[in-house]
Design a protein around this ligand. Structure first.
Ligand SMILES: *Cc1c(COP(=O)(O)O)cnc(C)c1O
Length: 191
């Protein structure tokens, strides 16, 4: 469940309904929120773009980081004193720098994650582009995963699918859906 922009009270309500995994995309919002509901047995997932200088602070409360997209971020996470589960985010748009490694850089990034002793490489994460059908975009992710598995045989998992495209993601074997508005309704602010 992606709870970004929602207050800690919503996280608490969701917990009461059985939610145990929450996703956030901004450290400055997520850190105090996690603090306020620290009494709950929750797993925090980081799904947004992450600056290297915040990597260790995020790893301190997020056990899973879905948006690892460059070697410098891997190196920053490698300095965290503890283990972190990571997904490599692949950019499905034609626009470089959209968040996500270019597909051509995936193998190098995977090798760096494997070389960092404290990162558990779970698989790929992607966000479907606006201008392509999610089915086609996710089909490409499956191809990239075939390539990834040649260097990282254990990295089988897929973080795919948001409110608008989760059926297509499930059909392609998504292991992690990142759903916000389909469950919470409109966010109070932002996107
Ligand atoms: C906000 C966000 C989501 C959730 O989006 P919804 O459309 O509200 O389901 C999923 N993934 C990422 C990376 C996000 O930033």
């Amino acid at each position: 469940m992606v709870t970004k922009f929602h207050p800690p009270s919503l996280v608490r309500d969701l917990y009461g309904l059985g939610v145990r995994h929450v996703g956030e995309n901004r450290h400055q919002d997520a850190a105090p929120k996690a603090q306020e509901v620290a009494d709950l047995d929750l797993s925090w997932h980081f799904v947004g773009q992450l600056q290297s200088n915040k990597a260790r602070a995020v790893a301190a409360y997020c056990g899973v980081i879905h948006s690892v997209d460059r070697v410098s971020l891997v190196e920053a996470l490698a300095k965290f004193d503890g283990s972190v589960d990571v997904f490599l985010e692949v950019n499905l748009t034609d626009v470089p720098g959209r968040g996500g490694v270019e597909p051509a850089g995936l193998a190098t990034l995977a090798e760096s994650a494997l070389a960092a002793g404290n990162l558990r490489l779970r698989g790929l994460m992607a966000v479907a582009p606006q201008d392509e059908s999610p089915a086609d975009a996710f089909d490409r992710v499956l191809m990239y995963r075939d390539d990834l598995l040649k260097v990282a045989p254990g990295a089988t998992e897929l973080s795919l699918g948001m409110s608008g495209d989760f059926p297509e993601a499930i059909a392609r074997g998504a292991t992690h859906l990142r759903i916000g508005t389909a469950i919470t309704g409109k966010r109070p602010q932002g996107t």
